[in-house]
Design a protein around this ligand. Structure first.
Ligand SMILES: [Ca+2]
Length: 130
């Protein structure tokens, strides 16, 4: 038996106005955990578009996903720039969401979609002691 799994796909992040003049040091969290970038502390965000190509598994019943966009700072606390609230109950690619700003100087747009994919049987999670 195969089941279908939904994934939130983050296509790219576009910076129109960074909060810092030389560009922000961006990372993204979901449910309190950093999901991007995976290989480094942050993306040095250029003006323009940054490809993300990240997929996040969604719960079957999940209708909304909220992502937080942070700016990493070395000398002060990291700034929460704002959040993206995404309605993920529909399978479709090619959505855009504007950052709901916490930090009024910055303007970002996230290009995203929801994809569905057949997945193999769940691996049994039972374990034997020993
Ligand atoms: Ca910074």
């Amino acid at each position: 038996m195969t089941t279908k799994s939904r994934f939130l796909r983050l296509n790219s992040l576009v910076s129109y106005v960074p909060s810092e003049d030389d560009g922000d040091e961006i990372y993204i969290t979901y449910k309190g955990e950093k999901i991007a970038p995976t290989g480094s502390t942050y993306y040095k965000m250029p003006h323009g578009e940054l490809a993300l190509n990240i997929e996040i598994p969604l719960e079957q019943s999940e209708e909304w996903a909220e992502l937080e966009l942070w700016d990493h700072d070395v000398l002060s606390r990291n700034d929460l720039l704002g959040s993206f609230k995404l309605k993920v109950d529909e399978v479709d690619d090619g959505f855009s969401a504007e950052l709901i700003q916490k930090e009024p100087r910055s303007r970002y747009v996230l290009n995203w979609g929801v994809i569905e994919r057949s997945s193999a049987k769940k691996i049994p999670s039972s374990r034997t002691k020993g």
